[in-house]
Design a protein around this ligand. Structure first.
Ligand code: NAG
Ligand code: NAG
Ligand code: NAG
Length: 423
């Protein structure tokens, strides 16, 4: 059928709520609907189809509301009308009565319902039993007496207070992935794991409703959108604000966020990742005289990414002294209190290889207590990059006052517990 947009108007033709499904028509066209309809009614020839230029409006009236589908040419009229009646029926099941007041009182739920019943202009599930499971938020039914909703929306939100106001409405989202890696002395990866965190800094007025879309593999399988790159998340944990039933049903991450900073979710992936920074080392100890160290570091990621603040910590015997260093890039220093050489590389682009050599003297007297072999550890951070490939597809922000809010998303991959054993 493909309706480009659905509007719910009051008797004067003012838009109470609307959903733009296809983005292919000018939403302001709706302003022409009521004047044309009035004129037709005066001329006593009201028709269920109103046309303005190439915009077609198919409408029905229910109590003090108009439900209007805006379409381009060639829409299947019988499908559109039966869809409009279906919406009325669904809303009545949610809110008992469908009228202006119930739309105003249940703005977010209505918005969500309108989202669920249509996808890119094509009707989706309109079975209200299934929708009721998807959209867990309790509607405020207009009735007095009878079963009442257990709690109003605002009372249920213990993590956010009412009346929050910001002059500029913004959300900052950080997707942070930490890589844990353990490589044995012969270069086999014994453990590799990605731990992801999504952090929020929310500066939004009122009671905003947020919806986060990720390229989550399970979600894409449910909806049959398999073509893009997806990520299989494991061990997903959410902040209490996220509606878990909704996630379990259809993988939608919807929530009213806490004000300020919070951690929205964490996840884990134990798929084998290519070690982002690979180290090869030769540490030769000539007792009573010296230690010779050669470390090669290679960046195993695309050349368009760059690791920042890389530091490679190479163990040296605790009785070593008189260090000498040579590096192909960055700088090396001895940190005697930790018995390591610290090699710092401020900026390490992808596809590069650098070398560091170090030379230490050892005392001629035997201090030969057996030192445990310590691993090389590496610290780094790679901005604008997630090693899992996870991406935010959208972050929708809806608040009933209708303000525009800006979502900002940043990605970073960093070292977690990142160790390579040495011989
Ligand atoms: C319009 O939709 C109805 C219901 O699905 C269908 O029976 C009819 O064939 C469709 N008409 C056209 C012209 O596609
Ligand atoms: C490293 O792990 C591989 C595979 O498990 C094993 O074959 C090899 O012997 C290990 N090397 C050392 C030095 O432990
Ligand atoms: C990831 O962990 C699960 C459960 O611990 C395990 O069954 C699976 O084999 C692991 N996958 C990989 C690639 O290590």
């Amino acid at each position: 059928m493909s309706a480009s947009a659905i509007f719910i108007l009051d008797l004067k033709g003012k838009v109470l709520i609307c959903r733009n499904y296809m983005g292919n028509m000018d939403m302001n066209e709706i302003d022409h609907f009521m004047p044309i309809l009035m004129k037709r009614e005066e001329e006593a020839e009201a028709t269920p189809l109103v046309t303005h230029g190439s915009s077609h409006f198919m409408w029905i009236k229910h109590s003090n509301l108009y439900l209007v589908a805006m379409t381009k040419k060639n829409a299947n009229a019988s499908l559109v009308y039966s869809f409009l009646y279906k919406i009325v029926q669904i809303f009545k099941e949610y809110f008992k009565e469908l009228e202006e007041e119930s739309i105003r009182d249940n703005f977010v739920t209505v918005y969500e319902l309108m989202d669920e019943v249509m996808d890119f202009g094509f009707p989706q599930t309109t079975d209200s039993k299934i929708l009721q499971e998807y959209i867990t938020q309790q509607g405020h039914k207009l009735e007095i007496g009878g079963p009442r909703p257990p709690a109003t929306v605002t009372n249920a939100v213990s993590w956010r207070s009412e009346g929050i106001k910001y002059r500029k409405n913004e959300v900052f989202m950080d997707v942070i992935e930490s890589v844990n890696l353990l490589v044995n002395a012969s270069g086999s990866v014994l453990r590799s794991e990605i731990v992801g965190n999504i952090k929020l800094r929310v500066m939004l007025s009122g009671m905003p409703e947020l919806r986060l879309g990720l390229n989550d593999k399970v979600l894409f399988e449910i909806t049959g959108r398999e073509k893009s790159k997806t990520v299989e998340l494991e061990d997903v944990k959410f902040h209490q604000c996220v509606r878990l039933s909704r996630f379990d049903n259809d993988r939608t991450i919807s929530f009213i966020p806490p004000d300020g900073e919070s951690e929205l979710m964490s996840y884990r992936l134990n798929t084998s990742v290519k070690p982002l920074i690979w180290i090869e080392s030769v540490i030769e100890k000539f007792s009573h005289s010296r230690v010779e160290i050669k470390v090669k570091a290679r960046s195993n990621f695309k050349t368009r990414s760059t690791a920042n603040n890389v530091s490679i910590l190479v163990p040296v015997p605790s009785d070593a002294d008189s260090p000498k260093f040579k590096t192909s890039t960055g700088s090396a220093k001895w940190v005697p209190e930790k018995s390591v050489v610290q090699w710092n590389i401020k900026s390490f682009p992808g596809g590069k290889e650098y070398v560091m050599r170090a030379h230490f003297s050892l005392p001629s007297v035997d201090g030969e207590e057996l030192e445990a072999k310590r691993p090389i550890t590496v610290n780094f951070e790679i901005p604008y990059f997630t090693v899992s490939g996870i991406q935010v597809r959208y972050l929708k922000i809806i608040e009933k006052s209708g303000y525009q809010a800006l979502p900002w998303v940043r990605y970073i991959t960093q070292s977690g517990d990142y160790q390579l054993r040495t011989n």
